[in-house]
Design a protein around this ligand. Sequence first.
Ligand code: KMH
Ligand code: ZN
Length: 281
Amino acid sequence: MGGTLITVAPTGAEADKAKVPELPVTLDELVETAVACERAGAAVIHVHIRGDDAKPTLDQGRLRDTVATLREATGLVVQLSSGGAVTDPESDRLAVLDAEPDMASCTMGTVNFGDDVFMNRWGFIVELHRRMQDRAVVPEYELFDLGHLPSLARLLDEHGLPFGGHVHVDFVLGVPGGAAGDAATVTAFAEGVRRYLPEGTTFSATGIGRTTLPVMFASLASGGHLRVGMEDTVQFARRTPVKDNAQLVKRAAEAAKLAQRPPMSTAEARKLLGIRDTGVA
Ligand code: KMH
Ligand code: ZN
């Protein structure tokens, strides 16, 4: 078995900078965190950006600057979130692809999201998938519930494989309203990948809040990859806030080494995921 792909999700759209001062929200903070996380073992960065008011935005100019600056400063695979915040309209979420990232997320169904609803209509999913095929952007399919597995099988069956031909999915577990963040659920998802998705499909998993550790260890035990970051948890341990994203990546890298599947380099990640050549090593 090969190495472990570590994705860092440093910001998200939900945490409040006023309550979590360590959250990277400016471009400078994001780049500083990206450099530190690459050094600690991350190969992919899942990016949500914030405006001057530290609130989530999908501003096109900022997205383009962010992609260019991260490419200049790091070798990380740049994955933009097309999920945005629950309030973002579909048109803005589709326009994320205009910023020409290496990858973008694509959530495979509507899910309750705490007190909100994270809306992902079938027609929207199809449009996002097809635009990514046209623009040579590699999707990371986000699965919040078991039903998202057969939905992805249907998408691939009706609309073809993603750009590059490789299918990579991420289990997002422990969202209130979605699948639970525990080892049994990771096992069920991993089994579902084998049952519904093309041979060679790879998966990572992330656990929200206190489910981070069980999901991390269960994913490694199931042959999966890891996503960590302050988008998903701002607590490092009980009563101990996360210091910074690199602290979470370091812990994931240590766990991966213990599992004898050390972190993949960015070059290995590009090859595995089938990222188009943008001149970045
Ligand atoms: N912020 C959530 C509503 C994604 O990035 O694609 C959606 C999310 C998923 O974070
Ligand atoms: Zn996200």
